[in-house]
Design a binder for this molecule. Structure first.
Ligand code: GTR
Length: 418
């Protein structure tokens, strides 16, 4: 090869390299552009922080007629009931009253479950009204190694029943019962489909048709999420009768649609001492006004059977909602609440969920509760535990897993001073 040829070859190599890098750059920027939006049900889904519109949140501490709330007394007497009824009327429906006809029956008991580590109780909660009834199976494991009633986690299981298998033939990281027992807590679960089907065409065929048919055509009546929350309170009625459990330390846990339900159940039933809400997203912990990931319009169109009919009016005007989700967190105050999100679950708007917590803080401040939320969105896998409002943004998918439960236990230990 002569000198000219080798210079030429070097140039060609250089050119190929430049072209390759240019391609890579164009490919990467096209890809990141594609990731900033998506299409779902004919709507553009926003994943671009810069495209989040300017929005003004309703002031959690200002009443409808403009009075600033500065005391726990006025919060509890005025603003809290006002916010609760706004959520009932515009989103979740008003939970029907408790019924005296609730009956509890032990269908199975085993004091030697989990190789002797736990006491297993399977309970049938039956509710009657006007000749109809539904039965809700509840499973509870209580640690045998204890000298007083055990605090408990109650999971609303919105996945397969295999996740909460009382026989422990099936084990699942969604409900790692052995690990919870080892940490000194009882663990319970009920299955949402036992209350009412999670289907838009048949969601009425459980609690609603059988027990509360008058809810079905009311614009502010409950639908599936309200029905599941009603059942969670029914479980609390049972817990009140079980001396093996510490009734003042029952935490409600839910993932995704279950996470939305857990927040709402605890907002309206103050007997829950704590809430742990995993990847709850739209109409859970995430602020609606950000319109990031799943929007009010998308959730109402895909799942018209979750929230009441009034909510649909806000599909294209979320700024007219008299509430946003920071106020739902405010309803949980002063009780500890922990919210999670995952890196591969932008649909649930992690930043919007964190901001709901930040904007609920003024209510916790009224109660002088210690909260330790950082000023900006926390790093991945940096849980905020030593606080009445906890949060983590973990690596991975939309799920409830051992990492989440590990932090739930730490958060409960901190807040219960265990
Ligand atoms: C999604 C839904 C979310 C969330 C999730 C789930 O499809 O859009 O709001 O609830 O389902 O429950 O797993």
């Amino acid at each position: 090869m002569n000198k000219i040829q080798s210079i030429h070859k070097a140039h060609t190599k250089q050119l190929v390299k430049v072209i390759f890098l240019l391609y890579l750059f164009l490919f990467m920027s096209a890809k990141s552009k594609a990731q900033k939006t998506d299409k779902f049900m004919g709507e553009t889904v926003n994943y671009d922080e810069e495209a989040v519109p300017a929005y003004l949140l309703p002031d959690v501490l200002k009443t409808g007629n403009g009075k600033k709330i500065t005391s726990v007394k006025n919060w509890e007497a005025k603003r809290r009931p006002e916010i609760l009824s706004l959520f009932e009327e515009n989103i979740y429906g008003k939970i029907p009253p408790r019924l005296d006809s609730l009956k509890f029956m032990i269908s199975n008991i085993d004091s030697n479950a989990m190789n002797g580590k736990a006491l297993l109780k399977e309970i049938q909660i039956t509710v009657w009204r006007k000749g109809n009834f539904i039965s809700i199976p509840l499973v509870i494991f209580i640690p045998n190694h204890r000298n007083k009633p055990a605090p408990a986690f109650l999971l609303i299981n919105n996945r397969s029943k295999k996740n909460t298998d009382p026989t422990r033939v099936e084990k699942s990281t969604f409900w790692p019962a052995e690990m919870i027992i080892d940490s000194g807590y009882a663990i319970a679960a009920f299955h949402n489909a036992d209350i009412t089907p999670d289907r838009k065409d048949s969601y009425q065929q459980g609690l609603l048709e059988k027990i509360f048919p008058e809810e079905i055509h009311k614009p502010d009546g409950i639908k599936a999420i309200g029905a599941w929350a009603w059942a969670a309170s029914g479980v609390m009625d049972y817990f009140q009768t079980d001396n093996d459990l510490d009734f003042n330390k029952i935490a409600i846990v839910g993932h995704s649609r279950g996470g939305k339900t857990a927040l709402w159940a605890a907002a309206q039933d103050q007997r829950f001492a704590m809430v742990l809400s995993s990847c709850s997203g739209s109409t859970g912990a995430a602020l609606a006004r950000r319109r990031y990931g799943e929007t009010v319009s998308l959730i109402n169109r895909q799942f018209p059977h979750w929230f009441n009919d009034n909510y649909k009016k806000y599909n294209n005007q979320v700024d007219h909602l008299p509430v946003d989700q920071h106020m739902l967190i405010g309803l949980i105050a002063p009780r500890p609440v922990y919210v999670t999100n995952a890196t591969e679950d932008r649909w649930a708007d992690p930043r919007g969920s964190f901001l709901a917590l930040v904007n609920a803080k003024p209510v916790y401040d009224l109660y002088k509760k210690k909260t330790m939320l950082p000023a900006s969105f926390p790093d991945t896998n940096s849980p905020i535990i030593h606080s009445a409002i906890g949060y983590h943004f973990r690596d991975g998918k939309h799920d409830l897993n051992v990492y989440d439960w590990t932090n739930f236990i730490k958060f409960a230990n901190y807040n219960y001073k265990r």
